[in-house]
Each structure stands twice: as C-alpha cells, then as structure tokens.
Design a protein around this ligand. Structure first.
Ligand code: ZN
Length: 58
C-alpha cells in the first residue's frame, strides 16, 4: 500500500520540517532553522479520512 507523503515546510524560511500525511490532525512544530512555530492541519479536509475516522463520529 503506497501513500503519497506530503512535504511540510516552514512558512517563514521554507525549510523542510517533515513529511507525512495529516488526516484530520493538527500538528504544531518548531522550525529548527528560524525557531518559527508552524501549525499544520489536513489541507484537503478529508485526506485519508474515511468511515472509521473518529472525526466523522461527532
Ligand atoms: Zn523556519
């Protein structure tokens, strides 16, 4: 099973912070380069988010 990992880059200095998939998740990560704290959330809103996802069971 192949999954396309997405690049997440610092919004300030564009340094690559990590690669991954965010499915209804929110990540906060501090850039090691410029110390900027970046927040990322699932950009598509439903990537990898299926019937079994807890966010669908509100
Ligand atoms: Zn940075």
């Amino acid at each position: 099973m192949e999954q396309q990992l997405q690049d997440f880059r610092c919004t300030t200095c564009n340094k690559l912070l990590f690669k991954g998939l965010l499915a209804c998740s929110v990540i906060e990560i501090k850039c090691k380069g410029c110390k900027q704290i970046n927040n990322f959330s699932d950009p598509s809103g439903n990537s990898g988010c299926g019937e079994n996802c807890p966010c669908n069971k509100k």
